[in-house]
Ligand binder design. Structure first.
Ligand code: SDX
Length: 431
């Protein structure tokens, strides 16, 4: 194994290096603790928490691979459930494996009446990500015989339950906000087609699928499926490293994803476009204000991508396809259609402005996805739950990889203490 040499004052350390198949190698620093050192890396910019074989990102060259397959090829030729299988098992499924996986999920999509009542106990206008995290967490209470993570069969069943019921939960969150009843699954339809039906169908009217919306949403689920050790996935892994069950760990991931710096950015992008539209200001002056005040433009920048986010390109392509259809005027009122023009101007200005280019700030996956969810028919409050729906197979795959890794230990970072040294208590009357 290669070695890295570290000299600190008179101390000399030979640190083993773990070779990567692609991307940066890892310098193992664990032994430093024996000599009174810890590494300090706020935000973990250069700290790897694990070895992983699931997803590879090359942030300098806009590369995103799921188990070695380029995201562009998976978007062109695969579908969300096949990608979910690939992330979890490492290989594309055979026809028999794929059909069995789809059937297993189809027969677990429905939730029980008590679970539906539990979800109906939330206020209709409750923040959807709070309801989603609560509902995923509650699956542990409603399916307690699948929480034993030392039993691979039970862990497989929990994985199926979450994958299958997540779309029912998300569709019901959407319908409750509109005072509409839950719709039960129709196993004759595909995953995405049936999800959109469970969201948009009117119980007493025939429902017509929209193939382009199905295809576009299917690509959005694929591009969100995994993204190596992002914030929410790291939360899932660290919760799982304490042997919290799969439901609890994924609920923790949902909560982390809800932050506007992370998965909540897609909704923040649309709100930001509405602010620009309603301000009467030009997009250029909005950008100048952001630069002057140092405020962040939602949908721009990424910890790893220092050039274009390949996922943003996919989302933009399908957004343009849906925008080019003749029915966009029927789908969106004029004041919302104006947001697409503002987004295009914002992208054009920011990607040519040195302030952004010098900081490697490009549109990320969240810049376009909100607009796409909107044109498919969802309100902004549902954008981040839709991100979470896509990310669930990645969270499951990463949790399972963590649990199966013999090198996994409970995640417990250290600190550099800069507080007060030891001092004695002072009684109140002497202060
Ligand atoms: C996701 O990690 C993942 O993989 C996440 C994700 C996934 O699939 O799981 O890809 C999903 O979360 C995408 C990102 C969505 N978030 C946003 O769009 C929110 C806006 N973006 C930022 O807040 C920011 O870019 C982050 C959080 C995405 C990344 O933050 P970093 O890597 O910690 O960057 P930084 O805060 O160190 O910023 C570096 C510089 C700073 O300027 P200086 O102090 O050097 O002068 O860039 C500036 C920042 O002020 N900057 C921005 C900016 N983002 C960073 N300036 C204006 N607008 C922005 N959006």
């Amino acid at each position: 194994m290669a070695q890295a040499k570290l000299n600190v004052d008179a101390s000399k350390f030979d640190l083993p290096v773990v070779k990567a198949t692609q991307g940066p190698d890892g310098i193992m620093v664990s032994s430093l603790a024996n000599d009174g050192f810890v590494t300090l890396d706020p935000g973990f910019l250069t700290t790897a928490q694990c070895e992983s074989k699931i997803t590879f990102i090359d942030g300098k060259n806009s590369v995103l691979l799921y188990r070695g397959y380029p995201i562009e090829q998976l978007c062109e030729q695969s579908d969300f459930l096949e990608v979910a299988w690939l992330l979890r098992h490492g290989e594309l499924p055979s026809r028999a494996e794929y059909d069995r996986f789809c059937a297993d999920l189809n027969h677990r999509t429905m939730v029980g009446e008590d679970f539906r009542s539990f979800m109906a106990s939330f206020p209709r206008a409750a923040q959807p990500m709070s309801v989603l995290a609560s509902a995923i967490n509650a699956l542990a209470a409603f399916y307690p015989d699948t929480t034993d993570i030392t039993d691979p069969g039970k862990l497989d069943e929990a994985s199926r339950i979450i994958m299958a019921k997540a779309r029912t939960i998300v569709s019901y969150i959407y319908r409750r906000r509109r005072d509409e009843p839950m719709l039960y699954p129709d196993v004759a339809r595909g995953y995405v087609d049936d999800f959109l039906r469970m969201c948009f169908a009117v119980p007493y009217e025939p429902y017509e699928s929209d193939d382009l919306s199905i295809h576009a949403l299917g690509r959005l689920l694929i591009i969100h499926a995994d993204h190596e050790q992002n914030c929410s996935t790291s939360v899932v892994r660290i919760a799982g490293s304490a042997h919290a069950n799969l439901y609890s760990a994924i609920a923790a991931g949902v909560n982390a994803l809800s932050g506007p710096l992370h998965g909540g950015a897609n909704e923040a992008v649309l709100r930001q476009l509405e602010v620009i539209r309603d301000s009467g200001e030009s997009v250029a002056s909005f950008v100048e204000d952001a630069k002057r005040n140092g405020t962040r433009i939602s949908g721009f920048g990424h910890r790893v991508y220092k050039c274009h986010d390949p996922r943003a390109e996919v989302a933009k392509h399908y957004l343009q396809e849906l925008m080019a259809r003749g029915d966009v005027d029927d789908r969106l009122p004029a004041d919302e259609r104006a947001l697409f023009d503002i987004a295009t101007q914002l992208e054009d200005i920011a990607t040519h402005d040195d302030y952004f280019v010098s900081r490697h700030l490009y549109p990320n996956v969240d810049f376009y996805t909100g607009l796409l969810y909107r044109i498919i028919g969802f309100e902004p409050a549902m954008f981040t739950p839709l991100f979470a729906l896509g990310r669930i197979p990645g969270w499951i795959a990463q949790y399972r990889e963590m649990l199966a890794d013999p090198g996994t230990r409970i995640g417990r970072p250290r600190q550099v203490y800069t507080g007060r040294t030891r001092r004695d208590y002072v009684p109140m009357d002497q202060r």
